[in-house]
Design a protein around this ligand. Structure first.
Ligand SMILES: Cc1cc2nc3c(=O)[nH]c(=O)nc-3n(C[C@H](O)[C@H](O)[C@H](O)COP(=O)(O)O)c2cc1C
Length: 212
């Protein structure tokens, strides 16, 4: 969700730490390269979880993964990691064909046996509900992609009144905690990307093997 300060980049370089920034637009990828970071994640709007946009409002930074990858690959010389909507080997092949040097998978691993996602989250990822995801500010105050549930349906008209991150995040915490304890999917933030139905419902090792 932005760039590390110059002093942090300098100290990381002295210690030999590799820095990877997240870009949601070509402009952000250029800024990440100019800031001395070692690689860039091209995060398309298909991705699950929070949007990392930092130069323009999220609404103006919603480029789909497969439109973003080739443009970022053309714009920068540092390695490009594709993220968003990749959950099986077909997506990996396509990302590489479009110029990506690597691929980052989030949602795909959420469904694996070892993931820290709650049982109810995993159950929803395996259901047909996972076919419908949306970007919402309701849970945290920042746009994030998750599975549509009752809370999103009932409160989407109020989204304009939601305070910014991290205030809304703190306000919603007790509700999310209670919903998690009750295993109640209708009031939980069920982060998931658009490729959620392709996610690996197996062990992480088996999933990794299927990707390779
Ligand atoms: C539950 C969840 C939490 C995430 N948390 C972070 C995070 O803290 N920092 C980050 O850079 N990306 C985070 N991501 C984004 C992933 O690193 C990855 O870029 C993204 O999930 C790729 O898209 P996909 O979900 O379609 O695979 C998160 C994604 C999910 C689904």
């Amino acid at each position: 969700m932005g760039l590390p300060p110059v002093w942090a980049v300098e100290r990381a370089k002295i210690k030999g730490i590799v820095l990877i920034g997240t870009a949601t637009t070509v402009a952000e990828a250029r800024v990440i390269e100019a800031s001395g970071l070692d690689a860039v994640i091209a995060s398309g709007s298909d991705a699950g979880g929070h949007r990392g946009a930092f130069l323009s409002p999220v609404e103006e930074s919603l480029v789909g993964t497969f439109s973003l990858i080739p443009q970022v690959a053309d714009a920068v010389d540092i390695p490009v990691v594709a993220a968003g909507g990749v959950a099986d080997r077909r997506g990996i092949l396509a990302a590489h064909a479009l110029g990506a040097d690597g691929v980052q998978i989030g949602t795909g691993f959420l469904a694996t046996a070892e993931s820290g996602a709650s049982d109810v989250h995993r159950k929803m990822l395996a259901s047909s509900d996972a076919e419908t995801t949306v970007l919402t500010r309701l849970f945290s105050g920042r746009h994030a992609r998750g599975i549509v549930n009752s809370l999103i349906r009932e409160l989407s008209a109020e989204e304009g009144a939601v305070p910014p991150y991290p205030l809304q995040n703190a306000l919603m915490q007790p509700l999310r905690k209670a919903a998690a304890q009750l295993g109640e999917s209708d009031y939980l933030n069920l982060w998931a990307g658009q490729a959620a139905p392709l996610a690996g419902r197996m062990s992480a090792a088996e999933y990794m093997e299927s990707l390779v």
